[in-house]
Design a protein around this ligand. Structure first.
Ligand code: MRU
Length: 340
């Protein structure tokens, strides 16, 4: 189904907003049907919101966790550590979560609650700026590409600023490319169908939704110029953990001979991990597989596997695009250079 929203409906999305002593998040579990906001006041409710994917996407998990930790520290300056530890463990795969919580905790250690609150704001500003910078780098290397396949949701709902992979697409369009975004629905939780489509419609960018299994065939038939995805954790050798299904798209892109580009801020790089085999892959509940849109798809009680992420080896990645530049191809040396 081709969908094009008029340009004048485009407006910016700010799904994580610090408002005095609370954090307001747009509840992404209700999109696209309903735009409802939830108020968070500390570490434990922020952890719960992250765990149920009300706020999601690696960079935005980090931003929300930074504010949640800072609010906890401000509310309980002598007794925040347990709550902050719960928050740090809310989801295991995106490194941005631990990275952000550790930065805010270190700031509190040195400068108390005010320093923690300031550090959370600094993390959000850093990620906003990273989005614009990486979008420009990504658009440089994808100049001439028009039909762009993407997976999951990597727009403003998932990151600071305009997004990561979706910011690259927006930048290509802003530079005059006649982009057509091919949106993979992203089972089981349909971040592509529910969230990326919602964002692209608001932005007025032409797009078509496809089932995940259609991607490889379209690539093989020459109907895709490039695939661009985000990342939750990049190991030191350039292996990429991202939403389950990403690896399949990378294999198909390689077989079809088209670029497979990963875009994300350097806060998603984990230099402590030698390679992608060391990434902890979150396993989520069976109901997410058994159900879709509130309907049960299979026999009650069917046993399921539900890994929420997979790892794409660096060898399948044409380029890793960050705010500090591009690692192409990503390997130990080029990824290390981004962090030096
Ligand atoms: O489970 P989610 O929706 O948080 O997974 C999100 C992804 O896998 C995104 O592709 C990734 O976080 C990159 S967002 C810039």
């Amino acid at each position: 189904v081709a969908t094009t929203a008029p340009r004048d409906r485009a407006r910016s999305i700010a799904p994580v907003v610090r408002d005095g002593a609370c954090l307001r998040i747009l509840d992404q579990t209700l999109l696209p049907g309903r735009e409802a906001w939830q108020e968070l006041r500390g570490a434990r409710d922020t952890a719960a919101a992250i765990a149920r994917l009300a706020v999601r996407g690696a960079p935005n998990i980090g931003i929300a966790a930074a504010h949640g930790a800072a609010l906890e520290i401000a509310a309980r300056p002598e007794a925040y550590k347990e709550g902050v530890a719960v928050l740090r463990a809310a989801r295991p795969t995106a490194v941005n979560l631990a990275w952000a919580v550790d930065r805010v905790s270190a700031a509190a250690h040195g400068g108390g609650p005010d320093a923690a609150l300031a550090e959370a704001r600094a993390i959000q500003a850093q990620e906003d700026a990273a989005s614009d910078a990486l979008a420009a780098h990504g658009a440089d290397i994808l100049a001439g590409c028009r039909r762009i396949l993407t997976h999951c949701n990597t727009g403003a709902l998932a990151t600071g600023g305009r997004g990561s992979a979706l910011a690259v697409v927006q930048e290509l369009a802003a530079r005059g490319a006649d982009v057509q975004v091919l949106v993979c629905e992203t089972r089981p939780l349909l971040q592509g169908a529910r969230l990326t489509v919602w964002e692209l419609a608001r932005l007025g960018l032409p797009h078509e939704l496809l089932v995940d299994a259609a991607a490889a065939g379209l690539m093989r038939r020459g109907e895709v110029d490039a695939a661009v995805v985000g990342c939750d954790r990049v190991a030191a050798n350039g292996d990429v953990a991202n939403k389950v299904g990403t690896y399949t798209h990378a294999l198909a892109a390689r077989a079809a001979g088209i670029p497979f580009v990963v875009a994300g801020p350097t806060s998603s790089i984990d230099p402590a991990l030698t390679d992608g085999d060391a990434v902890e892959i979150e396993e989520r509940g069976a109901d997410e597989v058994r159900e879709a849109g509130g309907a049960t798809l299979t026999l009650v009680g069917t046993p399921c596997r539900n890994p929420a992420f997979d790892v794409t080896p660096a060898q399948l990645v044409t380029a890793l695009v960050t705010e500090r530049g591009v690692a192409a191809p990503p390997d130990r040396a080029s990824v290390g250079a981004l962090l030096s």
